[in-house]
Design a protein around this ligand. Structure first.
Ligand code: PLP
Ligand SMILES: N[C@@H](CCOP(=O)(O)O)C(=O)O
Length: 464
């Protein structure tokens, strides 16, 4: 399996090189040259298998023999052994045809753990095999950072630098990043918003001399391995609900478009999916884009679902690449429009193709709070604000023919203030995090200045 860049000007890479590269050298995102295809029979053969077994059966198509099967299986088993639920990602019924897929039973209580626990092991393996080290950078609106720090803490071959928007993540999210005692971990509060953090990370990748000097690698969903690991739970959820003999719909609380793009990949691979629904909070750039065909940045608004306070939705580039028939010229011109004027237009027939695959909706702050309160009253189930955004939009897009699964992307205890103000309940952190708010914090504060940040990284990167 070869991986090609959405912008068409970077060398095609095998799995291990794409894993370590993160962003392609032309600024594009790597995607498989072709989508692996599973027949209905192949999918049926996954019935009755554990999460880790299904993961291996799906991921082997993307790894394509570049890591021996026994090693890959061991890493998968270890990664999902860190989850606190025997099903890893249990499905909970909340209505006659409504389900939530709980993706938050990992160490940091968000869906990011699913991919990150595996990614850290895969990177470690490839670096050890090559006798190399890497400098990992990541931008976070709150959850990727904690998951990455947990997964990479103490690893010999990596130093990790996580950039979060200063003052714009929840106190629990902040402490998950700032209380690590591992010497290879650096949490950095950036004076800016998430998009500034993400821009900075991309600029570092585009500074080739710096990138090569520190051996830069990325853990955001620009890294293909993040997406590939997230494809797995669409299969397991579908299998639990009668797939592939039945089509299932999914609603996904969306920010950087990685999680829902993984659902699109599952569909491309042959999983019968009915509706794929994008759910946004007040930062509704994706819902507006699907309506108008114009992707237009309007400034970020702080919401009770801070992890989705995003305007530059990185993985939308991967979808555009598909929708434009893999025309990298079209992607280059859209992305340069975005950089220059904060907007680009999608050609009408391309928009039509996207709308055949996706629906989109928005939940306002009031609707999110009401959804938390009403869901609790009607079903006894406590939602976090991101999942509530999904549940609200799911209700508008459900239809009797197919079960609707909303991805529960975070545990309510990560956002206690918003949950308490919506429904009066103060959700408790699980036992392993019970003292989190009393742990000592350690972080640096920096401006979004490329050279100053690169200097900081250079000074704090271990060479051995
Ligand atoms: C809790 C939570 N929900 C939803 C999202 C959105 O996911 P994605 O960026 O993959 O669209 C994020 C962050 O990305 C998140 O942390
Ligand atoms: N919501 C994310 C933003 C980064 O997304 P990623 O999936 O590209 O890592 C976060 O919580 O950090």
């Amino acid at each position: 399996m070869e991986y090609i860049s959405t912008r068409g000007d970077a060398p095609a890479l095998g799995f291990r090189d794409a894993l370590l590269a993160g962003l392609a050298r032309d600024g594009g995102l790597y995607v498989p040259r072709e989508w692996p295809s599973l027949t209905k029979r192949d999918i049926k053969a996954l019935r009755g298998k554990s999460y880790a077994e299904v993961a291996f059966e799906i991921l082997k198509h993307f790894v394509d023999g570049e890591i021996p099967d026994d090693k890959l299986k061991a890493m998968i088993n270890e990664a999902y052994g860190t989850f606190r639920h025997p099903a890893v990602v249990p499905l909970v019924q909340t209505g006659p045809n409504d389900f939530v897929l709980e993706l938050f039973h990992g160490t940091t209580l968000a869906f990011k753990d699913v991919a990150m626990q595996l990614l850290a092991r895969l990177m470690d393996y490839v670096l050890a095999e090559r006798g190399e080290r890497a400098t990992i950078v990541g931008a976070t609106s709150g959850d990727t950072g904690g998951a990455a720090i947990d997964a990479f803490a103490g690893r010999e071959r990596t130093d990790i630098f996580i950039f979060f928007p200063h003052g714009k993540v929840s106190p629990v999210q902040q402490r998950q990043m700032t209380t690590s005692t591992a010497s290879n971990v650096h949490a950095i509060a950036l004076n800016g918003n998430f998009d500034d953090c993400q821009d900075l990370v991309k600029e570092m990748f585009n500074d080739v001399a710096f990138r090569d000097r520190v051996k830069l690698s990325g853990v955001n969903s620009i890294n293909w391995a993040r997406i590939m690991a997230q494809v797995v739970y669409y299969f397991t959820a579908s299998l639990s609900l009668g797939g592939p003999d039945r089509k299932i719909s999914f609603t996904v609380p969306t920010g950087n478009f990685g999680d829902i793009f993984a659902g699109y990949v599952a569909k491309k691979m042959g999983l019968p999916i009915d509706r794929l629904v994008i759910a946004t909070n007040d930062n509704d750039i994706l819902a507006r884009t699907l309506k108008t065909g114009r992707y237009e940045m309007k400034g970020v608004k702080a919401t009770t679902s801070p992890s989705m306070d995003i305007q530059i939705s990185s993985n939308f580039e991967r979808l555009l690449f598909e929708a434009y028939g893999r025309d990298s010229g079209a992607i280059r011109s859209a992305m340069s429009g975005l950089k220059q004027s904060g907007a680009f237009e999608i050609q009408p027939e391309v928009l039509k193709a996207i709308k055949r695959e996706f629906r989109a909706g928005r939940a306002t702050e009031k609707q999110v709070a009401t959804t938390i309160r009403e869901t609790l009253a009607e079903t006894g189930y406590l939602l976090d604000p991101h999942t509530a955004t999904g549940v609200f939009v799911a209700k508008k897009n459900a239809r009797p023919l197919s079960p609707m699964v909303t991805l529960a992307t975070a545990h309510p205890a990560k956002f206690p203030a918003a949950v308490k103000s919506a429904c009066g309940i103060d959700p408790a952190l699980p036992s392993w995090l019970a003292d989190l708010m009393h742990r000592e914090e350690r972080f640096d504060i920096l401006d979004p200045d490329l050279k100053a940040v690169e200097k900081f990284i250079g000074e704090h990167t271990r060479t051995k």
